[in-house]
Design a protein around this ligand. Structure first.
Ligand SMILES: *Cc1c(COP(=O)(O)O)cnc(C)c1O
Length: 230
């Protein structure tokens, strides 16, 4: 059952937090519902999930519509975790509370324009390709600081942090250096920015590697299979 898997997951998260000297309330659990039915998402929401992650704008748009009433009652947040194409930005800004997958200044500027048009401040994360894999989207770590500096001038975009995806591996321990690299990148950028409101979030960790991500400072974990499969 979805509810049982969620409570197991919450116990695992709490235990890992305790061991890492962190507080469970400092970590947002995003239930990744790509490919899952509206009924499954409703079951997750009933079991206490408040954050829903989708990787396609069109699929999210349909589900967002179908769950409008439920979400009004429960107050759910919608997260875009998949690659965002320019021609989908209009819909994305309308639907999502947090866009994790911003991977260029150009995309951020486009989001800013659309958000200004509808009078919204769109919260975003910058996706960083810390592993350097060709197959992955995301900024090169060495480009991140300059992109951050430009994004901070945009009026209708609020940069909240960074997102990354570790390479596929049989051993979750292999993800650790990539997660720690993202944390160090965030801390380095914050120390360069000379500002009071520092960039906080690290969206990292999925079903196979969330425990390592928590140890390395994740503030948002994105989990699909551990919630919806079993
Ligand atoms: C699918 C997906 C997840 C969730 O992965 P699971 O292994 O099912 O937990 C997290 N992040 C992104 C970007 C995804 O595409």
């Amino acid at each position: 059952m979805i509810a049982d898997r969620i409570s197991l997951l919450q116990r695992q998260l709490a235990l890992r937090c305790q061991r890492a000297g962190r507080l469970p309330q400092d970590i947002t659990l995003v239930a990744v519902s790509k490919g899952r039915s509206v009924q499954d998402i409703e079951a997750a929401l009933s079991a206490g999930i408040q954050h829903v992650g989708e990787n396609r704008v069109q699929e999210a748009s349909i589900k967002h519509g179908a769950l409008r009433k439920v979400c009004q009652d429960k107050g759910c947040s919608w997260h875009l975790i998949g690659h965002l194409q320019t021609n989908k930005v209009n819909d994305a800004v309308r639907i999502f509370d947090l866009i994790h997958s911003v991977d260029s200044l150009k995309l951020a500027e486009h989001i800013d324009k659309v958000a200004a048009h509808i009078g919204k401040t769109q919260e975003i994360l910058l996706q960083v390709n810390v592993s350097g894999e060709q197959s992955k989207f995301g900024l090169r770590p060495e480009d991140a600081l300059s992109v951050v500096e430009h994004i901070r001038d945009l009026k209708n975009v609020s940069l909240r942090g960074f997102m990354t995806i570790a390479p596929l591996s049989d051993d979750p321990e292999n993800a650790r250096p990539f997660f720690s690299r993202l944390r160090v990148l965030r801390d380095t950028i914050n120390s360069r920015l000379n500002t009071h409101n520092s960039i906080q979030h690290l969206s990292m960790g999925m079903t196979d590697d969330f425990e390592i991500a928590v140890e390395e400072g994740a503030t948002i974990v994105r989990i699909g299979r551990a919630i919806f499969e079993g």
